[in-house]
Every structure is written in structure tokens, then in C-alpha cells.
Design a binder for this molecule. Structure first.
Ligand SMILES: Cc1cc2nc3c(=O)[nH]c(=O)nc-3n(C[C@H](O)[C@H](O)[C@H](O)COP(=O)(O)O)c2cc1C
Length: 354
């Protein structure tokens, strides 16, 4: 497979997927304003490159929650990757490992979390949706902890599923061959398999999760906790007070509350509120190496990439995902050279005009 950049991937992948699956992957909530703005907001952040720096040697590596990464680009949690490729999350995990970065496995993965774990170095993170039946979540967390996952990513922007009108029109439901493998104690698909995704989600997941539940989560699982979906300084400060180990500034790729502020625009206030006490990451619309550089300049220590991974997966499985990640890494390397940065630490806020 050949592609030149991540922006052209969606159109390339489209013919490989049934319409309803393509729409589920590509779509956002309501009018898809945030989906589009996530991307456009990066284009409005302009760079102020430094010149005459010896940039012959550049180092993109970083350390995150104790793990060494080759570059500051992680794979975002995304449900049901078996719809993109028969190897699903396994192919994504292998690609991330070959590049030396972390993959985040969704509660709604189509390959069981334990089966993905051996494919991952560094150790993966596990994304948590809390079930109404807390026993199910406790049981899953016991399994992922025993399997050697490195962190929990508690998604906090999804008390209910956003209304994705493409999915409503398509009456989207996963094909029978693709099931949610983590949600039942036995690892088999629960009876709700027949229902559409939004119904399934509402029926099983707990819309009543609050700050108090962080104590519960810590009691049932000792892994570090990263909150995904924070876009406000006050929530960020509260997260630090509650002893959270990391934050992901995110609006779920525009799939939850439409017209939520673009992720890159929310990043500075969150990063300022956190003031370096815990790592801050960002996702949503990251498609270019310059996007990664801008995110780091505005206070992120790393980014996560979502949909392009699914497009790479649909086009060419593990190799496709690897190409997505290496393209972004190589673009970041070039952007750093052209901005006079040899290390991630040299990517400072003065490099951007906000
Ligand atoms: C098809 C799809 C499924 C997703 N599933 C999940 C999920 O299960 N849990 C979660 O926290 N986020 C999920 N997300 C959101 C991503 O983790 C991430 O926030 C978003 O895709 C980043 O934006 P980008 O796609 O523009 O890179 C999903 C996104 C997509 C596109």
C-alpha cells in the first residue's frame, strides 16, 4: 500500500469497507462540527521556527508513566477493530509494538484484552467504560491487571453515547462475526449482541459515574488512572486533586457532544491548570507531524491518533497501521528539524502563534 499522508487515507480506505462500517468509523455526533474543527483548529495554529540550530541529531523518544516510547504518538482506544480487518486489534497492537509505542485497548474491543497483551511492548493501556453491573467491570479490571496492562484510561466524556446520525440512518450494528469480547465474565458476547450500538451502550454502561468513583476504581485496580475526555481547567485541577495519574484532552474525535471545543484549543488551559504535575496528552484531528509538534508546544507530552489507524488497518492490516505511525513519526522528525528542535523538550510554547 502506498499513501503519502494521513489526510488522504480516509478516501483510500472507503472502498474497502461496507458503507455502515465506514460511516461508523468516520462519523461524528450531530452536525459533525467538532469533528471538522478538531482538524481545522490545528491549521490555524501557526509556527515560529527557530533557525541556525545544529539539528543533525534528533531524538523523538519520551517516557510516559515509566514506559519508554520511540515517539510521542500513541494509538487511541477504538472499538470493534475487527470490522476493519480480520486481525483487528492484534494487527494494531503489533504495528504499535514495531514502532515502539503504546496502544490503548477499548472496553469494546473485538479481540479479548488478554489476547492482545502478548503482542504489546511497551505494555498497553486499557480503556474503561464502567458497567452498571460493577461486578463486570471489577472482573475485567482484574483480568487486564493480571495480564500486565500498564494503565487504565477512564473515558469521562461518554456517560451516554453521542448521537451519530450516520449510524442512526444506517441502523448501524456490528456484523455478527464481530463481537464485544471483554464485556462478559466468560469473554463471550453477552446477549445484547443483537442490539444496535447505542442501545447496547445505554443498556449496559453507567451514566452515573462521578469523581467519587475514582476511589472505587482505585480500590478494585491498582493501575495508574488516566482520564480521557477532559477539556476544562477546573476539571483538570480536580483530577490532579483526586490523584489521577494522567489526562487526555479529548472530545472523543467529535463523536460525543457536537460543538465541543476543538481538542487543541482546550489543551493550553488544561496544561496550564495541571502545571506539569501529571502528563497531559491530547487527541482528535492529529494528522500531521506539525500537529504533534503544535500539541507538544501547547503543553502535551504526547498525542493519540484515532481514525487514520483504522484506515491503515482496513487498507493493509498491521503493515497499514505501521505506515500510519511511521509517517506521523517521520513528519514530526522533519518538523522538529525545521523548527530547530533536537528533543521533545526543546519544543516550547514560543514556537507557536495561538
Ligand atoms: C470508530 C471509533 C471508535 C472509538 N471507540 C472508542 C472507545 O471505545 N473508547 C474511547 O474512549 N474512545 C473511542 N473512540 C475515540 C478515540 O479514542 C479518539 O478519542 C478519537 O478517535 C481521536 O480523534 P481522531 O480519530 O480524529 O484521531 C473511538 C473513535 C473512533 C473513530
Amino acid at each position: 500500500m502506498t499513501f503519502v499522508n494521513l489526510l488522504e487515507l480516509e478516501a483510500l480506505a472507503r472502498p474497502c469497507l461496507p458503507t455502515a462500517v465506514f460511516d461508523y468509523f468516520a462519523g461524528g455526533a450531530h452536525d459533525e462540527i467538532t469533528l471538522g474543527e478538531n482538524r481545522r483548529a490545528y491549521d490555524t495554529v501557526m509556527l515560529r521556527p527557530r533557525v541556525l540550530v545544529d539539528v543533525r541529531h534528533r531524538d523523538l523518544s519520551t517516557t510516559l508513566l515509566g514506559a519508554r516510547l520511540s515517539c510521542p504518538v500513541l494509538v487511541a482506544p477504538m472499538a470493534l477493530q475487527g470490522m476493519a480487518h480480520a486481525d483487528g486489534e492484534l494487527a494494531t497492537a503489533r504495528a504499535a509494538t514495531s514502532v515502539g509505542t503504546i496502544v490503548t485497548v477499548s472496553t469494546l474491543s473485538s479481540v479479548p484484552a488478554e489476547d492482545i497483551r502478548p503482542a504489546c511492548t511497551p505494555a498497553p493501556w486499557y480503556q474503561v467504560y464502567v458497567h452498571q453491573d460493577r461486578g463486570i467491570t471489577t472482573e475485567i479490571l482484574g483480568r487486564v491487571s493480571a495480564a500486565g496492562y500498564a494503565a487504565l484510561v477512564l473515558t469521562v466524556d461518554t456517560p451516554v453515547l453521542g448521537r451519530r446520525e450516520r449510524d442512526v440512518r444506517n441502523a448501524f450494528r456490528p456484523p455478527p462475526s464481530v463481537v464485544f469480547t471483554n464485556a462478559a465474565p466468560s469473554g463471550t458476547m453477552p446477549a445484547a449482541q443483537e442490539s444496535k450500538l447505542a442501545e447496547y451502550f445505554t443498556a449496559r454502561h453507567d451514566a452515573g459515574v462521578t469523581w467519587k468513583d475514582l476511589e472505587w476504581l482505585r480500590r478494585v485496580c491498582s493501575l495508574p488512572i488516566v482520564l480521557k475526555g477532559v477539556v476544562r481547567a477546573d476539571d483538570a485541577a480536580r483530577a490532579v486533586e483526586h490523584g489521577v495519574d494522567g489526562l487526555i484532552v479529548s472530545n472523543h474525535g467529535g463523536r460525543q457532544l457536537d460543538t465541543t471545543v476543538p481538542a487543541i484549543r482546550a489543551l493550553p488551559e488544561v496544561s496550564d491548570a495541571v502545571h506539569g504535575r501529571i502528563p497531559v496528552l491530547v487527541d482528535g484531528g492529529v494528522r500531521r507531524g506539525t500537529d504533534v509538534l503544535k500539541a507538544i508546544a501547547l503543553g502535551a507530552c504526547a498525542v493519540l491518533v484515532g481514525r487514520p489507524v483504522l484506515w491503515g488497518l482496513a487498507l493493509d492490516g498491521e503493515a497499514g497501521v505501521r505506515q500510519v505511525l511511521t509517517t506521523l513519526r517521520d513528519e514530526l522528525d522533519t518538523a522538529m528539524a525545521l523548527c530547530g528542535c533536537r528533543t521533545l523538550g526543546e519544543i516550547t510554547r514560543d514556537l507557536v502563534v495561538e
